[in-house]
Every structure is written in C-alpha cells, then in structure tokens.
Design a protein around this ligand. Sequence first.
Ligand SMILES: Cc1cc2nc3c(=O)[nH]c(=O)nc-3n(C[C@H](O)[C@H](O)[C@H](O)COP(=O)(O)OP(=O)(O)OC[C@H]3O[C@@H](n4cnc5c(N)ncnc54)[C@H](O)[C@@H]3O)c2cc1C
Length: 430
Amino acid sequence: MATWRNWAGNQKASPVSIDAPRSVAELAALVARASEQGQKVKAVGSGHSFTSAAATNGRMIRLENLNGILHVDRATCQVTVGAGTRLSELNTLLDAEGLALANLGDIAYQTVAGAISTSTHGTGKALTGLAGQVVAMKLVNGHGEIIECSQSVNPHIFDVARVSVGALGVITEYTLQAVPSFRLRALEQPMRLDEVLENAHDLASTNDHFEFFWIPHTKWALTKRNNRTEDELQPLPRVKGWIEKTFMENYAFGAVCRIGRARPSLIPRLATALPSSGSREYVDQSFKIFASPRIVRFYEMEHALPVEALVPALREIRAMVDRKGYLLNFPVEVRFTKGDDVPLSTAYGRDSAYIAVHVYKGMECQPFFRDVEDILRAYDARPHWGKMHYREADELSKLYPRWDEFITLRNQLDPQRTFSNAYSDTVFGK
Ligand SMILES: Cc1cc2nc3c(=O)[nH]c(=O)nc-3n(C[C@H](O)[C@H](O)[C@H](O)COP(=O)(O)OP(=O)(O)OC[C@H]3O[C@@H](n4cnc5c(N)ncnc54)[C@H](O)[C@@H]3O)c2cc1C
C-alpha cells in the first residue's frame, strides 16, 4: 500500500490503489465499479492543498494522463484542457498559442482541476479567481456517468460544480476563457504598513494586480504592483533573477526560518532583515510574473472577507499578535479579487480581500491560526477550501447563500458518497 503525502507534509493517507486512467471512458468504468463495490474514490491533483481535501484511504485517481490542450477556439480565446494539466504546463502551452490566463495565483505547480476545485485565486480587484474563468466542464459523477456542462448544457450542474472540492465528481476537462497573451510591469517595493493600510483600497483599485506582505514584528510591508504594459520585455537578468527570486526568497529565507525555528526568540530581530531587500522593477510575460518558485515549506491558512473589512481585520490581527506575543517568521499576505457568481467560491457575491497567515513547517501553527480565525469569523470570512481552517459544515453553510443547492446536487450526483473523505464529511457533512 503506497503512502501519499501533500506538499506541506501535514497530511498523509494510504490509498488502496492509485490509478491514472488513460481515457475518460476508463475513468468512468473505474468509478462505476468502485461505486458498485462501495469503495471510495478521490481525485488528487498535485497535493498542494494544506487541508486533507485530496486525502483518501480508498482509490486515489491521478489525472496526469488527461492533460494538455485539447482544443483552441481562436475567435473566442477559449481553450479546452485536460483536467490533470499542471498550471505551469498550461501557461507554456497557452503562450505558444499567443494566449494566457487573465489572472493566476502565486505558484503554478497545481493541476487545473485541483486549483479550480478549491477556489484558487490570485490578486486583482477587477478579476475573479480561476473558477470564474471556466466556461464548460466534463465530469464523471458517482454513478460513473460522463456529464458535460456549460451555461447552456446542464447549466445548474455547471454553475455549482465549478468549485466543488472533489465532492461532485471527477472532473476530466475544462474549457477556459483565456485572453491574448500580455506583459506585466512588476514593481516590488517596501512601504510602511500604516501607509499601506491607509491607502489599501486605492492601491488595489489603481493597479491591475496589487498585493502586500506585512512582515510581523516590523512596521513594514512588501508591496507588489503588477500592471499591464506594452513596454518591451525587461526581465530580471538571469543571475540576478535567480539570486533574488530563488536564492533570497527561498534558500536564504529558508535558512532564516530554520534559525527562527531553532531559536524563536531571534525571530523579531531576523524579521528586520526582510524589508531592507529594496525595490525592483521588471517587465515580463504575465505568467512569469504571477508565479514564482516556492521551495521553503510552510503551513497556511487564508480567509476571504468582504473587502471593506480588510483594514479593521488586519489591525485586529496585528494587535492580537503583539498582545499574545506570537513569534512569526513568515509574512502575512493580503490580496484582492472581484466578487463572482460561483456558489462555493470564497468570493461568491462580494468583492473580497484575502488575508493569509503562514507558519514555517515543523512549527506549532494551531494556536495562532485559531486566534486569527476567531478574529476573522466576526467579519463573515470564508476559509480557502485548500488551506488550513477549523470550520465545519454547520458554520460554513451560513457563509454561502446557495449552500443548499450544492448539497442537493451532491445528493443527485453522488448519492452513495463515493467521492467522500474525512475532509468532505467535515466541511459538507456526510
Ligand atoms: C506553496 C503554495 C502556494 C499556493 N498559492 C496559492 C495562491 O496563490 N492562491 C490560492 O488561492 N491558493 C494557493 N495555494 C493553494 C492551492 O492552489 C490549492 O490548495 C489547490 O487546490 C492545489 O491544487 P492541486 O492540484 O495540488 O490539488 P489537490 O490539493 O491535490 O486537490 C485539491 C482538491 O481538488 C480536488 N481535485 C483535484 N483534481 C480533481 C479532479 N480532476 N476532479 C475533481 N476534483 C479534483 C481534490 O479531490 C481536492 O479536493 C497554494 C498552495 C501552496 C502549497
């Protein structure tokens, strides 16, 4: 029996089998058989969720053979892709077609299905998360039936299944709305946190993609502004880029984290080194700017809150960290997205700000995460489905106005709960 572990190493499982079907028909037959025999089936992406969303001791399904671009519609910039395609691969394939995704998160190791299924997002006040870019899908339900859906075919299934955390079926294919490829000018700059908070909404509105990282134990935040440009490429020079992106943000940062883990009392002093990293500006293809390498491993919790709640919520978190004396060696990240119409999207029905807290791998995270969650709960914050949180179905159901539609569809598509696991039992109920 193989052991499966997620990227962060905080979840593991022992699936009875790991299959990588070569066709949708093969997958459908596998699900139908498993369902008849009362076995559990779980699709897994690249294991980048911090929660046990993808963990199973039943049959684990990898979609790596259902990958790549299957069709490009040049007139509409819509592309049909295999659900197991990694975002990094998709970015390169799209670029070769003169296309790109309008927005992405900060890594590209995830599979398309894994990222979309958990409501993965980037930053950009006028842009939705990845699920908002889906225009059609194909999935295998709990009866082993293949279902196509879009706004015109099975529209209700389409609507609800875009973010479904693996609970409605195994998704085999997406059609995504891409855009003509574009360049971004990135400006990365330290600013005083108070100044960022005073101007947070302006900064988010006047930049295509704005985010910031508050460095706990300091008054500083590192800001990132990415704006569309027609300017010529001015990428970070190869060696300088490697030193700044891979060495400083990963190996050197990892060494600082290890020192902090061994001697937590040094963390506040180590933190003061981070904001001095200075400003930098460069121009590159969008996907090269959105996503960076992530080598240092950590645990993360992230919540989406109504955008107007961001500043008071972050001020409360800052005061709580000081009051309780938490020693934090990872920045607190803040991003923005436009509200969308995907029922279980963390940005459903409201423009959102996201607050993400991180703890270096191997350090105690639960007391800090729980304290942050207690603060955010009062702001109607919704936890990221793929990141650590302590919420259960009774509480989550009140945060999503269309929750009951999701449960009804789950009863229809997977009445036997073939796709359930411990995580879905907790967040959706049995
Ligand atoms: C270093 C790091 C950086 C991250 N950055 C961001 C970020 O910038 N923005 C953000 O929003 N999130 C971010 N995340 C979270 C990440 O995007 C999500 O957890 C995402 O779900 C991971 O994708 P995956 O392919 O690894 O899926 P997995 O974690 O393997 O699976 C996630 C869920 O999707 C389901 N699933 C996978 N494939 C299928 C399928 N074919 N059909 C049905 N269900 C399926 C699984 O069953 C599971 O429920 C980050 C995570 C890490 C570790």
